[in-house]
Design a protein around this ligand. Structure first.
Ligand code: ADP
Ligand code: XUL
Length: 516
């Protein structure tokens, strides 16, 4: 029996899935929701509300408290961790944690009689972690780009132009605004490498999948880019962990987890990757050919690439593919949070977004358009100060639901051409993918069938599969066992729908342009 554990520290929750890799069985799964399960941190969606000038930070202690809570809860529910042979994980991308040099030593002597929070809190040089939703670093992006010769150079080197939510500009801002705390910082981790280090009981590398989301890694060499690192902040080279291939085994799990939760001393830890790279693996999309749309807190569209394709408009990104090669990705910030905003505004349930709810309005919504940008959007880069409608008439709840969905996916279609792939099917994942109505709109707008996986949580599953792959389990076996479409889950496009959206697309493009 090869039990592998996958963890996923996403924006709103920390989830775990335990797989029997050989048998293709999900043995256990559980999740801690930051807002519901850890209300004392007052971060109901996983981050502090009310940040100024686009700042969005989360509490890195909340994340580690969630780890203790999740493992304790699973253990008390009867999960036996002693047969787990390998563990890895997935982290929300771009977010960063700032720690003193003593962090590594602290991790090597963790006491299982105390909590992780009690022991790690003193290592922080910055109490909060900027996360991917933060848009406060435009000045720093411009400074980094100008220092290396422009955004074309940043993009050619790192796979993306200098981007506000990426870690480089966030580090630069910290070094400028809190120079003393920056000087006290010995190591800067991503969410992924922070968790991976805690599990391994020592500082471990950043993987090439997530590392590519920092504007600091050279995509061709797979290592830190000296010019970018120098342009970002003084002395940064010494504060970055090394970069390593995603399948790096970082050794046996820390004795903290052996003593407290019953892991075996031989359980291997594999370095973590970002949630999107892990989802690529979980969806069985590691080889070029499949297009995946993930409807999580953010909506993303991604696909494996043999070459690192970059977006001429600067909105999309090339990241490392955890099993080698590359992946291209576009991220839409106003994903589930925009859908939730409509749901909350009209006091609806998710059933209003299901097929029956959508049947109350015609496909195309009688031409109503909406820019569903509750937060400043990143694809395209636009701040409309809230949602914008093409009509002054007040919309019914049903019209609003259809408007948000249709226009989110029209916006996706408007922005994915640079990937150079014409999907013949789409693999759908993320919390909202379980909703048949939402899946139907995706199928209609793209005009292709939409498949969903047999098992939920592709990032968490992908993390567990990566753990298995790194210790020698064949990727094809893992994909056969866990990345299959759920029977009956395919949604075909409705007759005539695609043609309606073809006509709406230029109108939608014009509407966006009129708001720039
Ligand atoms: P993340 O990994 O970014 O934390 P998930 O992929 O877990 O996000 O998705 C969580 C989101 O899924 C929730 O915030 C919620 O908006 C959305 N969601 C959950 N169930 C449904 C549903 N039945 N219909 C539509 N959206 C849903
Ligand atoms: C990708 C991105 C988000 C985060 C959170 O670039 O910013 O998808 O990874 O899920």
């Amino acid at each position: 029996m090869s039990l592998v554990l996958g963890l996923d520290s996403s924006t709103q929750s920390l989830s775990a899935v335990l797989l029997d890799a050989d048998q293709g069985v999900v043995v256990a799964e559980d999740s801690v929701n930051f807002g519901d399960d850890l209300p004392q941190y007052q971060q109901s969606h996983g981050y502090a509300e009310g940040g100024v000038r686009g700042e969005i930070h989360a509490n890195p202690m909340m994340w580690v408290e969630a780890l203790d809570l999740l493992l304790a809860r699973m253990k008390s529910n009867g999960v036996d961790f002693s047969s787990v042979v390998a563990v890895s994980g997935s982290g929300q991308q771009h977010g960063s944690v700032y720690l003193r040099s003593c962090f590594g030593e602290k991790l090597s002597e963790l006491d299982s009689a105390q909590s992780l929070v009690e022991q790690i809190e003193g290592c922080l040089t910055r109490k909060s972690s900027p996360i991917w939703m933060d848009s406060s670093t435009s000045a720093e992006c411009a400074e980094i780009a100008s220092a290396v010769g422009g955004n074309e150079v940043v993009c050619a080197k790192s796979g993306s132009i200098a981007v506000e939510r990426f870690t480089g500009s966030q580090i630069r801002k910290f070094s400028k605004t809190e120079p003393e705390a920056y000087a006290e910082t010995g190591v800067i981790h991503l969410v992924s490498s922070y968790f991976a280090s805690i599990l391994a009981g020592r500082n471990v590398p950043i993987d090439r999948g997530d590392g590519a989301g920092m504007n600091l890694m050279n995509l061709s060499s797979g290592d830190w880019d000296e010019d970018l690192v120098e342009a970002t902040a003084d002395g940064l080279k010494d504060k970055l962990p090394p970069v390593a291939p995603s399948n790096t085994n970082s050794g046996p799990i820390s004795s903290y987890f052996v003593q407290k939760y019953g892991f075996s001393e031989n359980c291997q830890t594999v370095i973590w990757s970002g949630d999107n790279p892990c989802s690529l693996i979980g969806m069985g999309a590691a080889k070029p050919g499949k297009v995946v749309i993930s409807l999580g807190t953010s909506d993303t569209l991604f696909a494996a690439m043999s070459e690192p394709k970059t977006d001429p408009n600067g909105y999309g990104h090339a990241f490392g593919n955890p099993v080698g090669g590359y992946m291209s990705l576009i991220c839409f910030k106003n994903g589930s949070l925009a859908r939730e905003a409509i749901k909350d505004q009209f006091n609806l349930e998710w059933s209003a977004f299901e097929k029956d709810g959508l049947a109350q309005t015609p496909i195309g919504n009688d031409g109503i358009l909406m820019l569903p940008f509750y937060e400043p959007e990143i694809t395209p880069r636009i701040d409309t100060g809230g949602p914008v409608f093409s009509t002054n008439n007040e919309l019914t709840p049903e019209q609003s639901v259809r408007a948000v969905l249709e226009c989110q996916f029209l916006n996706m279609r408007n922005n994915f051409g640079w990937l150079g792939v014409e999907p013949t099917r789409i693999s759908l994942t993320g919390g909202a993918s379980a909703n048949d109505g939402i899946a139907q709109v995706v199928a209609n707008v793209f005009g292709v069938p939409v498949d969903r996986l047999d098992v939920p949580g592709s990032a968490t599953i992908g993390a567990a599969m990566r753990a298995g792959h790194a210790i020698g389990i064949d990727l094809d076996v893992l994909e056969n066992n866990f990345s299959q479409s759920k029977e009956g889950s395919t949604i075909e496009p409705e007759e005539g729908a695609f043609e309606i959206y073809q006509q709406m697309l230029p109108q939608f493009s014009q509407f966006i342009l009129s708001q720039h």
